[in-house]
Design a protein around this ligand. Structure first.
Ligand SMILES: Nc1ncnc2c1ncn2[C@@H]1O[C@H](COP(=O)(O)OP(=O)(O)OP(=O)(O)O)[C@@H](O)[C@H]1O
Ligand SMILES: [Mg+2]
Length: 308
């Protein structure tokens, strides 16, 4: 659905994006993740026909982004990282403006606007002024705008940036809804766990280079992270602390009251052996659990160049 081949963007001597290849299949929700200045927006601007590449090419929905601009535009809904100023414009007028720009007939526009407002939960704000909306509402309105021409592909540049936790949850729910509707979505963020729940694939970009990409769990596995284990006791146990502190596979042990957390460099057999050892020592064990690999940690690791 989206394919990028050898995309390079140079500003004078500075290479903003360096030979990026990427393939996103129909129905994928792809999380494009990287720290500030990594090249996310540059790549997105290229995909949305707003930026000429230094070299490389891309297709969206089968159309070449540099040559079939109109077809590409019709195929995508784009949410930029900034929200423009729309003085004196009402919510419905804002959507009507974009629907008109996409050539939708007046007779169809009214029902369509009601539909998208309903989807983003802004029906009650239909006649409110755009500039009077809260940031979260403006972001949802911006998302509504990307949907008016019912494009198969959505390209969203940091749709949750600047939102409070509650608005983030709402934005996530909305994206999940769009995923269910069968949209192919590329969504950028510099916060990894934010995307982990609903992206089936991720790509990690830093300083213009794609460091890893593919199914979420594959990317995590490729980083070869140690597993993380948490042990909770019903009361303090010195022997437990000593055992863990001196264990050959335990790294970065942290203790807080009766709770221990550490990285474990061993395999399954080693985990079983450790568990048995603690049991044999009559440690008052309430909880012995492996914590799922944390994407945030994966991200820190991968962008620190710890990956071969
Ligand atoms: N017009 C430009 N002229 C010169 N350098 C630019 C230009 N646009 C972007 N850059 C540089 O290209 C690099 C990538 O920028 P880009 O906006 O793509 O990053 P980003 O991943 O979107 O970051 P952020 O998370 O801050 O949005 C940055 O170092 C930026 O300074
Ligand atoms: Mg950006």
């Amino acid at each position: 659905m989206i394919e990028i081949r050898g995309f390079v963007k140079r500003y004078d001597q500075f290479v903003a994006v360096d030979h990026l290849d990427l393939k996103i299949e129909k129905g994928d929700v792809f999380g494009f993740i990287g720290p500030n200045g990594a090249g996310k927006t540059t790549t997105i601007r290229f995909l949305t026909t707003l930026l000429k590449p230094t070299s490389g090419s891309a297709t969206i929905n089968g159309y070449e982004v540099t040559r079939q601009v109109d077809d590409v535009k019709r195929s995508i809904g784009f949410m930029p990282d900034t929200f423009g100023v729309y003085d004196g414009m009402k919510v419905w007028e804002f959507l009507d403006f974009f629907a008109t720009a996409y050539g939708l007939l007046r007779s169809k526009r009214r029902a369509l606007i009601e539909d998208v407002l309903n989807l983003v939960d802004l029906t009650s704000k239909r006649d409110a002024l755009v500039n009077g909306l809260s940031r979260g509402m403006q972001q949802r309105l911006c998302l509504a705008k990307t949907l008016v021409h019912d494009p198969p592909v959505l390209i969203l540049d940091e749709p949750a940036s600047g939102l409070d936790p509650r608005a983030r949850v709402e934005m996530k729910a909305l994206l999940k809804e769009l995923q269910k509707m069968g949209k192919t979505i590329l969504v950028s963020s510099h916060i990894l766990p934010e995307l982990a729940d609903f992206c089936n694939k991720i790509g990690i970009i830093e300083r213009g280079k794609l460091l890893a990409s593919g199914p979420v769990q594959d990317v995590i596995r490729s980083i070869r992270m140690n597993r993380i284990i948490e042990v909770v006791l019903s009361r303090p146990s010195e022997i437990c602390e000593v055992t863990l502190a001196h264990h050959e596979h335990v790294r970065n042990l942290t203790a807080a009251e009766n709770r221990y957390k550490f990285e474990f460099a061993g395999n399954n057999e080693d985990v079983i052996a450790l568990h048995k050892e603690l049991m044999n020592q009559d440690v008052p064990l309430v909880w012995f659990n492996e914590i799922q690999a944390d994407l945030e940690e994966a991200f820190m690791k991968i962008t620190k160049g710890l990956v071969a």
